[in-house]
Design a protein around this ligand. Structure first.
Ligand SMILES: *[C@@H]1O[C@H](CO)[C@@H](O)[C@H](O)[C@H]1NC(C)=O
Ligand SMILES: *[C@@H]1O[C@H](CO)[C@@H](O)[C@H](O)[C@H]1NC(C)=O
Ligand SMILES: *[C@@H]1O[C@H](CO)[C@@H](O)[C@H](O)[C@H]1NC(C)=O
Ligand SMILES: *[C@@H]1O[C@H](CO)[C@@H](O)[C@H](O)[C@H]1NC(C)=O
Ligand SMILES: *[C@@H]1O[C@H](CO)[C@@H](O)[C@H](O)[C@H]1NC(C)=O
Ligand SMILES: *[C@@H]1O[C@H](CO)[C@@H](O)[C@H](O)[C@H]1NC(C)=O
Ligand SMILES: *[C@@H]1O[C@H](CO)[C@@H](O)[C@H](O)[C@H]1NC(C)=O
Ligand SMILES: *[C@@H]1O[C@H](CO)[C@@H](O)[C@H](O)[C@H]1NC(C)=O
Ligand SMILES: *[C@@H]1O[C@H](CO)[C@@H](O)[C@H](O)[C@H]1NC(C)=O
Length: 612
């Protein structure tokens, strides 16, 4: 017994030593920078995500991606796109958050899990609401939401299919993911979409603010060396000041800027100096040694073919990828208060995010925070900066100036003095390449290509390596000598009920009904990109011969008279974006991912207008 006792003492001592050593070691090992990316999953956004995921993981660890659901993509499509990217890289540990059905009550109480489908000013107690700012984003082709939702058809052609997918009632919400990851410990947040998710988080959980070490933002436009500061190409008649990410929810951006958390802004002023130039594009083409690089290049290439052609090289910028690069480079150096980094010149400026237009305190019916309320929403100050005219939509008459550019500044990251000024580190331009032997003229181009092609942690899968036996076969039914029944054309939107009806029509004996064509209207319960589910369903049923036509992207009289690719949402604003609404239809309640993949899909079918 005595011997035994001593033995245990020795063992415990050894365990003690090991434990102490481990503790010591944990303290000494550099802990990786934990990163949360909030993104609207546009092309430059996933370039940024891949650039971040390819960093040395013992230095920079992407822990979560949350989806900004009121901007350039639609939640159901965006979240499945995001699930496949970490899967390609064997990183299913990255948490992914989207949506949520919470609302904001009349008295300003923020319920849990607000989905961020709407800008805060339009957020009521459901997920349905008006597209006050989002109507500046084209919902259809030509680089609009339809193209972004399917990533120009490249997502289905290239990316492997992840194990994870959007599933109703099981999907972690953006707010849950933010609470989990931010309460765990110090974290850096990078925002490359609208600011709604983070603003809601900060308003609801002010006690967790201290865990956010720094916020890096791609967005805004501070000054302008040449012409208008903003980039609302669809809306400059009313607002030449705003940049899309801030314009998507100016009040949310105000909350983020004024949160007291240190902020670094990478605005258009800086990103405009680093386009996806022809030289960079051609170098990229020759430098695709990893799946990540291949995916980014193929996406850029298709984007170029389908949207801008030659203009691409001067109108498409590195935007979010550049912002991610600046963030990483600043974080590399500890105690880096002046934002020293390899890629951008930095300057401190005093700025704010404009949420309403002067004169303040005028009740003209444009501002639901104040109009018709004794106590302004969220207790905002009467006559304060939020109390002026708020842009009501495209071509808001208040904003239009005869024979001039518009005067509305909603979403402008303006330089100001006084109590509204926030001291922010701002990138002003991209730094030149230090290596004179390279033909690429900006330092970040080199880092981007090197990082995406870096061998460690390189992708396991692309679609062909994941499914080596997949063949693009079109199935056509053989009706032999059957007497065909009534010819039918089916006009559907893409809610679950419509899919049931479609299956029914296809199962009715062909002697009774001969389904000849399908016409899809994207103005109802699903977004246009959901058309790919119809192709897959027809493929499953062996009817790849049935043509599918996509109808007008806007309801009657909703498209804009100046630029027909944008327009109003007078009717579809009634359809919820969250559970039971668009996010569920766009994924067919998660079932869409289990359908066999048709060789037919949106964009593959369009003949691209090639500019060379
Ligand atoms: C990643 O970073 C760690 C810590 O700084 C370093 O020890 C390691 O060599 C790096 N790995 C690579 C592949 O660069
Ligand atoms: C939701 O808000 C509307 C007004 O916007 C109100 O009529 C309705 O009672 C509210 N519903 C709930 C459950 O709070
Ligand atoms: C997948 O990667 C392989 C090997 O790099 C390549 O041959 C193939 O074209 C890629 N698949 C797609 C769909 O690009
Ligand atoms: C960073 O700054 C803090 C406080 O100013 C200081 O204690 C710490 O030693 C600095 N760290 C480095 C690596 O310079
Ligand atoms: C910004 O404001 C601070 C005071 O908050 C002031 O000291 C500084 O000079 C201002 N900087 C600029 C660039 O205006
Ligand atoms: C709004 O302000 C009033 C008076 O300052 C205060 O009593 C009330 O609690 C505030 N409400 C909220 C929701 O902050
Ligand atoms: C505005 O433009 C129109 C035609 O371009 C011109 O006839 C008119 O005089 C201009 N008005 C002003 C105030 O400049
Ligand atoms: C690149 O060229 C500039 C002048 O053109 C020179 O000052 C610099 O030292 C050169 N850098 C390298 C790395 O050769
Ligand atoms: C469309 O708008 C025009 C002009 O605003 C109007 O005359 C017409 O009646 C509208 N058509 C429909 C179907 O609402």
């Amino acid at each position: 017994m005595v011997v035994h006792g001593n033995f245990w003492v020795v063992v415990l001592l050894i365990i003690g030593v090991v434990a102490a050593y481990n503790l010591y070691n944990v303290e000494c090992l550099p802990i990786p920078h934990r990163i949360l990316l909030d993104t609207d999953v546009d092309t430059d956004d996933f370039l940024a995500l891949l650039y971040l995921l390819k960093q040395n993981r013992s230095e920079f660890k992407v822990e979560a991606v949350t989806i900004s659901a009121n901007s350039w993509s639609d939640a159901g499509h965006a979240v499945n796109h995001i699930y496949d990217i970490p899967y390609m890289m064997d990183r299913d540990d990255v948490a992914v958050g989207v949506g949520g059905d919470g609302g904001i009550l009349e008295d300003g109480t923020i319920l849990p899990n607000v989905g961020g489908y709407l800008p805060i000013i339009e957020q009521g107690n459901t997920t349905a609401g008006y597209c006050r700012y989002r109507q500046a984003i084209p919902p259809g082709r030509g680089g609009g939401r339809l193209d972004i939702d399917v990533n120009f058809g490249i997502q289905r052609a290239f990316l492997p299919q992840g194990i994870r997918k959007y599933t109703p009632l099981q999907q972690p919400t953006s707010q849950q993911v933010m609470i989990d990851k931010i309460s765990w410990g110090p974290i850096t947040v990078i925002i490359t979409g609208s600011h709604t998710n983070l603003a809601i988080f900060l308003m609801k959980n002010p006690h967790l603010k201290r865990n956010i070490k720094h916020i890096y933002i791609m967005g805004g436009s501070v000054g302008s060396k040449n012409g208008d500061p903003g980039n609302l190409f669809s809306d400059s008649t009313s607002n030449p000041y705003a940049e899309f990410n801030i314009f998507a929810d100016p009040f949310a951006s105000y909350q983020v800027f004024h949160s007291g958390i240190p902020i670094t802004l990478i605005p258009l002023d800086a990103t405009n100096t680093i386009p996806v130039s022809k030289n960079f594009f051609d170098t990229f083409e020759k430098s695709q040694n990893a799946y990540e690089a291949q995916y980014c290049f193929q996406s850029l290439k298709t984007d170029r073919y389908t949207t801008l052609g030659h203009l691409f090289y001067t109108n498409f910028y590195m935007w979010d990828a550049f912002a991610a690069g600046v963030a990483i480079s600043i974080m590399h150096k500890s105690n880096n208060t002046n934002g020293e980094n390899e890629f951008a010149e930095m300057e401190y400026m005093n700025i704010t995010a404009v949420t309403s237009n002067k004169p303040y305190g005028v009740h003209d019916g444009s501002n639901p925070f104040f109009d018709g309320r004794d106590v302004p929403r969220f207790n905002l100050t009467k006559g304060g900066v939020h109390s002026g005219h708020v842009q009501t939509g495209l071509r808001d008459p208040f904003c239009i100036v005869k024979n001039g550019t518009g005067k509305c500044q909603d979403g402008y990251t303006a330089e100001v003095t006084g109590p509204e000024a926030v001291h922010v580190l701002v990138a002003t331009e991209a730094k030149p390449n230090q290596n004179n032997d390279s033909t690429l003229d900006k330092q970040f181009y080199i880092s981007f290509l090197d990082t995406l092609n870096r061998p460690p942690d390189t992708g396991r899968f692309n679609f062909t390596t994941q499914f080596p036996y997949y063949k693009e076969v079109l199935y056509k039914p053989d009706f032999g000598s059957k007497k065909l029944g009534k010819t039918v054309v089916f006009d559907m939107d893409m809610s679950a009920g419509d899919f049931l009806a479609l299956v029914y029509l296809l199962k009715v004996p062909v002697e009774v009904i001969n389904l000849k064509a399908i016409i899809v209207s994207p103005t109802g319960w699903a977004n246009a990109a959901t058309i790919d589910i119809i192709y897959d369903l027809l493929h499953m049923m062996g009817c790849d011969d049935i043509p599918v036509g996509l109808g007008d992207i806007f309801a009657m009289n909703q498209s804009d008279s100046i630029l027909s690719s944008v327009g109003d949402c007078k009717y579809i604003k009634a359809i919820p974006r969250g559970s039971g609404g668009l996010i569920d239809s766009d994924t067919l309640y998660s079932l869409a991912r289990d359908l066999p993949r048709s060789p037919r899909r949106y964009l593959k079918l369009c003949s691209f207008k090639k500019y060379t």
